[in-house]
Each structure stands twice: as structure tokens, then as C-alpha cells.
Design a binder for this molecule. Structure first.
Ligand code: ADP
Ligand code: MG
Ligand code: ZN
Length: 504
């Protein structure tokens, strides 16, 4: 793409225009079988090994609804504070696409299973923003095309295309927000925070792993601008299939700057889909948007309506797990930390790891300290996520246990962690192999203290004269002599004792 897009600066755009957003998120459910047939959803199988007459759309085949898929949809609806339909149907969304063998997608149209909800999301500063949910409906995924022979992997220039229908029919839940107004300059941040919170909710419910990098969760970002102080929505663009949190934020930001440039120069925004490019952070035009009537929606005649009984819905509601925001608020209160601290813990992906470390016996403060300190640094340096580091919460808990027993001090503990991360074994094995143990043998410590006093007579005199703060220099000398393996507090006690001074 060689055309460059005119942009105005973000600040300038916001000075004149007010952004309105709509976010459509597709989540692939983690059910064992597809939405309307018994084919497996397992990944990594041979192309088209997981297909049958139903998901290939062969004549005469009949779909059957996956009950777990419906239950997952209800769970999501309830977690998003939605009403659950007493009765709803599937609909056929008709269009031709080679990776969709039936020539229609089984979806829901005017009768979604869940509607009218909201999700509270937290911004960087700990503030909460309420995003209203229009609907959550059930549908199915398409197959996958691979274009072969071209330079770009796109259909243009390809010699032929390969089709794999293993993904065709995997259950999807599409969650659509109402227009998000009032976010102002924070609109891109709200978009990101919403998708992140939604991902956490989906994971907490256990209905999908919601891994965006694997396409299990993807977001369409609708955005329009209206002149500040006006009510009527502008024309929107729809940036499709954005697949990381960062990209969601960047896509919204870019579109704000692009729309503003078009509007300011007196142009009109075309209602169209757009593609987001990770490398440049920009969007380019896709296709002009179809209207709903182009799809000739009609109720799916081969499936019975879905009419979840109120008893079933209440049963599902009462079995919902604690949801992420409630859980964060509870832990924040229990640990006595601020909303901003909690925000950085969640941003770092450390919350579950900290909790697991506590479950393995560590106290909250130590668990936080190691994950947000030493381990966050190690993750950063190696470009990994915290949960990809070669250390388990139980191992971190073991290190904290060795510290509280007095076997390790912080400095040694860091070396133990470094050894575990480097694959040298468990914390105990690293301690043994590297010979890392606090010197707690009083005889050895006393000898080292006496040596330090003898070697620094000037400092010793100052301390004797009442300058207790000068003891730091002697502690340092002892730590050096013991290669950092002494308990610094105990060393200080011994020094003062030897010099006949009492602390404070
Ligand atoms: P479609 O399926 O055609 O994309 P939907 O109505 O399902 O349309 O979804 C559009 C999304 O965009 C919804 O989240 C909706 O709230 C939002 N939206 C609708 N109109 C606008 C607009 N003018 N500006 C920004 N967002 C909009
Ligand atoms: Mg859409
Ligand atoms: Zn099938």
C-alpha cells in the first residue's frame, strides 16, 4: 500500500470532535465439539479431518445445537449483566464466501440470546467506566483459506487457494456494545480496557481461553466523530479483526486522527470496513459496508428455537464464579493496596500468579514483591510474559519460605531465582549447587565481624562514640567477606554488641 493517509494530530482532532465507538468482539468457545455437529474442535489436526456433512453443508444434513455452547452463551450474558431471552432463534445470514461451505452463516439476528447489559471497566488511573452492552449472540466460525503462490499471502497474485473447514462451525459468541459515548480523549484507552476486561471475564467463566494472538478473540472497532457539542452520530468506519489489546487502542486512535482530517478538509467519511496493519499502526480501506438487508436474514428452519427455562438460567447464575472486577476489588482491600497498584498488577498479568504463590504458602506482600520486582524485570529483559517464565508460583513460594526462615536474604534469593530461571533446577537444588546459604553459624559470623572491626578502626571508633549509623560500613565489609551470604540484621546486632553500643 503506497497511499498515505492524511491525519491531524490527536490533540487537534479532540479539540474539534467527539468520538463515538462501537466494539464487536467475537469469542471462540472452548467446547469439545462444534456448534451444530459432533465434529471435534481440537487444534492442529490435518486439514479437513474434522468435518462432516453438516459442517460441510451437504444436502440433507441437519444441524443440532450444542447445549454447552448455549450454556456458555448464557454464562457470558449473565456475567455481562444482560437479560436472557426466554425464547430465541437462530437465523441464516446469507452470503457467499469460499470458506463458508453452506453459503450462509448460522447466526442470530433480531433474537439474540442475551441483551441489554453492561460491563464496568477500569482505566489506568483506577477509574471505572461503564460500557453498555447491546447484545451477545451465538453463531459459528468459518473455515480458513490459504492463498498460495503469491508474494503476500493474499488472494491477489496467488496461483491457487487451499480451504480447510476444520474451523467451520466452531461456536462463536459475538458481543456488541451500544454506542460508547462520553469517553472523549480516553476513547482508545476505554476500547482497550473493555476488551481486556471482557477477556478476563471470559477466562474466569472458563468458556474460552480467549487468546487473542490465536484468534480465539478478535475485535471490530467501529468509530465515528461528531463535532463537539452535537448529538447526532457521524458516519462510522469499522476496523475488522483487530487481534491484540494494543492494536485495539492504536486502531481507535488512528481512526480518530484520520476521520478528523477528512472532516476538517470538508470531506465525507464513507461507511466501510477497514484493515488494521500492525507494522504501521494504520488502517486501509476494505470493502463498502453491506446493509443488514443485503444478507437476507431469515429464521433458520432446521433448528428448533432456544428457550432456556428460568430455572436453568438461575442455576447457571448461582454457579457463576467470582468475576474479575469483584475479585480485584476484594484482593485490593485484603492486601491494602491502591487501585493503581492493582491496575499495574493486572496489566503485568501477575494477579493469578501472585494468588497461586499465596496458595502455595507465601504471604501477599512477598508474593507481590517478587512477581512485580525481580520476575517482572526478568520477563521484560527476555521479552516474555510472566507466565512464560521458567519458574512456577510454588517455586516462588519456596524462595519466600527460605527467606522467612532466614536461610536466604534478598540478595541470595535473587540469585536463586536467577538460577531457577536459567534452568538450574528447583530453588533447593540451586541453593545446593551454588552454595547459597546465609551464614548463620555464629562462630563464623563473629569472626568476620571481629575482622571487620580490626580492619576499620576509624569507623569502629565513630560507632563507639555513638554514631550508630556508621555501622553500615562495617556491615558492608562483613557482607563482602561472606560473599553476601550473611544475615545483615544479625551482623549489625553483632557489631553493636561487640562495640558495646545499643541501637537507637
Ligand atoms: P454491523 O453488524 O453492521 O457492524 P451493528 O449495529 O451490529 O452493525 O454494530 C455496529 C457497532 O457500532 C455497535 O457496537 C454499535 O453500537 C456501534 N455504532 C453504531 N453506529 C455507530 C456510529 N455512528 N458511530 C460509532 N459506533 C456506532
Ligand atoms: Mg459489524
Ligand atoms: Zn461437522
Amino acid at each position: 500500500m503506497t497511499t498515505t493517509t492524511d491525519l491531524v494530530s490527536y490533540e487537534e482532532a479532540l479539540a474539534s470532535y467527539d468520538p463515538v465507538m462501537g466494539l464487536e468482539v467475537h469469542v471462540e468457545l472452548g467446547t469439545k465439539t462444534k456448534m451444530f455437529c459432533g465434529c471435534s474442535t481440537a487444534l492442529g489436526q490435518d486439514a479437513n479431518a474434522q468435518t462432516c456433512p453438516t459442517c460441510l453443508g451437504l444436502p440433507g444434513s441437519l444441524p443440532v445445537v450444542n447445549a454447552t455452547g448455549v450454556e456458555s452463551a448464557i454464562k457470558i450474558g449473565l456475567a455481562l449483566n444482560c437479560e436472557i431471552a426466554e425464547w430465541c432463534r437462530f437465523a441464516r445470514k446469507n452470503y457467499f464466501y469460499p470458506d463458508m461451505p453452506k453459503n450462509f452463516q448460522t447466526s442470530q439476528y433480531d433474537e439474540p440470546i442475551a441483551f441489554n447489559g453492561y460491563l464496568d471497566v477500569q482505566l489506568e488511573d483506577g477509574e471505572t467506566f461503564r460500557v453498555e452492552i447491546e447484545r451477545a449472540h451465538m453463531e459459528e466460525d468459518t473455515g480458513k483459506s490459504t492463498h498460495v503462490g503469491g508474494a503476500t499471502g493474499r488472494i491477489h497474485g496467488a496461483s491457487h487457494s487451499l480451504l480447510d473447514y476444520n474451523r467451520a462451525g466452531i461456536p462463536l459468541i459475538e458481543i456488541v456494545t451500544k454506542p460508547i459515548e462520553g469517553a472523549g480523549e480516553r476513547a482508545p484507552e476505554v476500547a482497550r480496557a473493555y476488551v481486556r476486561e471482557l477477556r478476563e471475564v471470559i477466562r474466569a467463566l472458563g468458556v474460552s481461553e480467549a487468546r487473542m494472538e490465536m484468534g480465539q478473540m478478535r475485535c471490530d472497532v467501529n468509530l465515528s466523530l461528531r463535532p463537539n457539542g452535537t448529538e447526532k452520530f457521524g458516519t462510522r468506519s469499522e476496523t475488522k479483526n483487530v487481534n491484540s489489546l494494543r492494536s485495539v487502542e492504536r486502531a481507535a486512535r488512528f481512526e480518530i486522527q484520520r476521520h478528523a482530517a477528512v472532516l476538517q478538509s470538508g470531506g465525507l467519511i464513507v461507511q466501510e470496513t477497514r484493515h488494521f496493519h500492525e507494522d504501521t499502526g494504520s488502517t486501509t480501506s476494505g470493502r463498502v459496508k453491506e446493509e443488514a438487508e443485503d444478507y437476507r436474514y431469515f429464521p433458520e428452519p432446521d433448528l428448533v428455537p432456544v428457550a432456556p427455562s428460568r430455572e436453568w438460567v438461575e442455576e447457571i447464575r448461582s454457579a457463576l464464579p467470582e468475576l474479575p472486577l469483584a475479585r480485584r476489588n476484594r484482593l485490593l482491600a485484603e492486601w491494602g493496596i491502591s487501585a493503581v497498584d492493582m491496575q499495574s498488577i493486572t496489566n503485568a498479568g501477575a494477579l493469578d500468579l501472585i494468588v497461586a504463590t499465596m496458595d502455595a504458602g507465601a504471604d501477599a506482600a512477598s508474593a507481590r514483591k517478587w512477581w512485580m520486582g525481580e520476575l517482572a524485570r526478568a520477563a521484560n529483559e527476555s521479552g516474555k510474559a510472566l507466565d512464560e517464565l521458567a519458574i512456577t508460583p510454588a517455586q516462588v513460594a519456596r524462595v519466600t519460605a527460605l527467606v522467612s526462615k532466614g536461610d536466604l536474604n534478598d540478595k541470595l534469593a535473587r540469585q536463586v531465582i536467577e538460577g531457577v530461571l536459567a534452568g538450574e533446577g528447583t530453588p533447593d537444588e540451586v541453593v545446593d549447587k551454588r552454595g547459597l546459604k546465609v551464614v548463620s553459624d555464629e562462630g563464623a559470623l563473629t569472626a568476620a565481624v571481629e575482622e571487620a572491626i580490626a580492619g576499620n578502626p576509624g569507623v569502629a571508633d565513630k560507632i563507639r562514640g555513638g554514631k550508630v549509623a556508621a555501622a553500615g560500613a562495617l556491615v558492608g565489609a562483613v557482607m563482602k567477606a561472606t560473599r553476601g551470604q550473611a544475615d545483615a540484621a544479625r551482623v549489625k546486632e553483632l557489631i553493636l554488641q561487640k562495640l558495646g553500643v545499643s541501637e537507637g
